[in-house]
Design a protein around this ligand. Structure first.
Ligand code: MLT
Length: 263
């Protein structure tokens, strides 16, 4: 899988599909890596080229200094597209990855051909959520990644298969605590994207796990109601916040229908 120094920082991404396929940039959730898109990368629809970067400090990408704001993650995504000589792409992500996709839309709407927003939300954090983020960042810096393993029950449905649980836990434990702290603070600083989504007239796909506790179905419906180009929200039965990993068949089918239908 490609790794390249971009502006002096090692940047890693996973990709699948033909080099001349329609580009689809997908940002992963917190606190995982692009490995979380393995079920999508393994089943790219015909003519679709998936490009899934590791956020700064996650997976194989080097940490860059400072708070990893959603805008910075979006810039990193644009750097990857630039490196691949890609002008426009469908842009999307899961949860924090969705925040990064919305930040990219804010930075440069001319690069966005469509949106794929999975298990995410349009609003910003309130003061209480921001305090919790700061406490989490401080804990990561002091005690390492262990505290984040406690997120696991919120990430996947309670009756998920043990191998999936083990796989997600391994991804969390592999995360650099400094990168997780930087991204936690970045999520806390993210802007409200509701007006931005209302202005976006392009095609959009919204997917959510039926049992998502972090960004529940109500949030997905709220988000979809802002988008003029959205089809009905795809609610994935029986799964939680990581619908793309928990029910790859359903999510891949929704992605294939949406992406291959785009002009
Ligand atoms: C994620 O799954 O990416 C994060 O939990 C999202 C968040 O904390 O807002």
């Amino acid at each position: 899988m490609p790794s390249q120094k971009i502006d002096g920082f090692l940047t890693h991404w996973r990709t699948s599909g033909p080099a001349d396929g329609k580009p689809v940039l997908l940002f992963h959730a917190f606190p995982l890596s692009s490995e979380a898109f393995a079920p999508q990368l393994d089943a790219a629809p015909p003519g679709i080229r998936y490009i899934c970067p590791d956020h700064r400090g996650f997976g194989g990408s080097a940490l860059r200094p400072g708070v990893a704001t959603m805008e910075e993650l979006a810039r990193d995504g644009l750097r990857v597209l630039d490196t691949l000589n890609i002008g426009t792409a469908v842009v999307g992500g899961v949860s924090m990855g969705g925040y990064a996709a919305m930040a990219l839309l804010r930075l440069d709407p001319s690069r966005v051909k469509g949106l794929v927003l999975m298990d995410t939300q349009a609003g910003a954090d309130d003061a209480a959520a921001n305090e919790r983020r700061e406490a989490m960042a401080a804990d990561l810096e002091k005690n390492g990644i262990g505290g984040l393993v406690a997120m696991l029950p919120k990430l996947i449905a309670a009756d998920s298969k043990p191998f999936l649980r083990a796989r997600v836990e391994a991804m969390i434990r592999a995360t650099n605590p400094a990168a997780a702290a930087a991204a936690t603070r970045g999520m806390g600083q993210r802007e409200d994207s509701r007006e931005l989504l209302q202005r976006f007239g392009g095609p959009a796909l919204v997917i959510v796990g039926e049992k998502d506790e972090i960004t529940p179905v109500a949030k997905a419906n709220e988000l979809a109601a802002l988008l003029s180009g959205v089809k009905p929200v795809v609610v994935v039965p029986g799964v939680g916040h990581l619908a793309n990993l928990e029910a790859p068949g359903v999510v891949n089918e929704a992605l294939a229908g949406f992406l291959t239908g785009l002009a």
